[in-house]
Design a binder for this molecule. Structure first.
Ligand SMILES: NC(=O)c1ccc[n+]([C@@H]2O[C@H](COP(=O)([O-])OP(=O)(O)OC[C@H]3O[C@@H](n4cnc5c(N)ncnc54)[C@H](OP(=O)(O)O)[C@@H]3O)[C@@H](O)[C@H]2O)c1
Length: 226
């Protein structure tokens, strides 16, 4: 029999986590976020360069997902996810409407054109460069170590960890809630400057998945031992 107290607690948690989330980009990751976060009960809007790609992602995701014009994505969202290539992220945010004060998740791995390495690192990161480009937004790095198929498929036998880093405590809590609501385990990886470590970790994940042949059904995780 269902425990009524537990059912009430779950309901409160669901209410706490339900958000209006705008996704900029409707490719591998944008589509996977739309599917996963709609399944978690969030209200999703999505946009892309080609509006038909956003329409396709919205109808494939099912649930509470609608395609919107790029310039309107920020206005209707409490939290934004930039799911474009890193090189397009600042421009895409600039064209999204007023993002000041908004929590923005940067998921990018700033890959070189031949995928052999990263274009930013050591003294900065993609996340910090995006923060500089849109200083009014509250950037949180997250999900860059999660392959799109892992994101789309959601909770399985292993609770996949999502490392997140940022400088704004409230924005980080909002992102923690989104991560938990989607069935992942949030791991607080510190300030935004630690994206300098998360992005190489994303690159290592890509190496293991593609170059070393382990496929995209993998994810890094931190274990407690002893
Ligand atoms: N793929 C993965 O498994 C994975 C895992 C972790 C992190 N990431 C990161 O996630 C990001 C997206 O990767 P992806 O594989 O989803 O890329 P993708 O499949 O190529 O999709 C990119 C999306 O961005 C849109 N876009 C590009 N420029 C835009 C702009 N100026 N304004 C609005 N939308 C724009 C594209 O629109 P159109 O559809 O109209 O072309 C497309 O929908 C990258 O930064 C990547 O490093 C990817």
């Amino acid at each position: 029999m269902r425990d009524p107290w537990q059912a009430q607690t779950n309901l409160q948690e669901d209410e706490r986590h339900r958000m209006k989330i705008g996704i900029i980009g409707a490719g591998n990751m944008g589509s996977a976020f739309a599917k996963r976060l709609a399944a978690a009960g969030h209200e999703i809007s999505i946009t892309a360069q080609d509006p038909s790609h956003a329409e396709q992602a919205a109808s494939a995701a099912g649930g509470n997902v609608r395609a919107v014009a790029h310039g309107q994505i920020a206005a209707g969202a409490e939290l934004l996810i930039v799911a474009t290539p890193y090189a397009a992220a600042a421009e895409a945010l600039g064209a999204a409407g007023d993002v000041s004060g908004k929590t923005v998740i940067d998921i990018s791995n700033p890959l070189s054109a031949d995928f052999s390495g990263l274009t930013v690192g050591f003294t900065s990161s993609a996340a910090e460069e995006i923060q500089k480009a849109v200083p009014g937004a509250r950037i949180v790095k997250a999900f860059n170590t999660v392959f799109a198929p892992v994101l789309a498929s959601g909770p399985g036998a292993t609770r996949v960890q999502v490392l997140f880093a940022g400088d704004d405590a409230a924005a980080k809590e909002a992102v923690r809630g989104v991560i938990e609501s989607a069935g992942f385990e949030p791991v607080d990886a510190g300030p935004l400057s630690n994206a300098r470590y998360l992005e190489p970790l994303g690159m290592l994940n890509i190496y293991l998945g593609f170059m070393a042949g382990r496929g995209t059904g993998i994810a890094p995780g931190w274990q407690s031992v002893g």
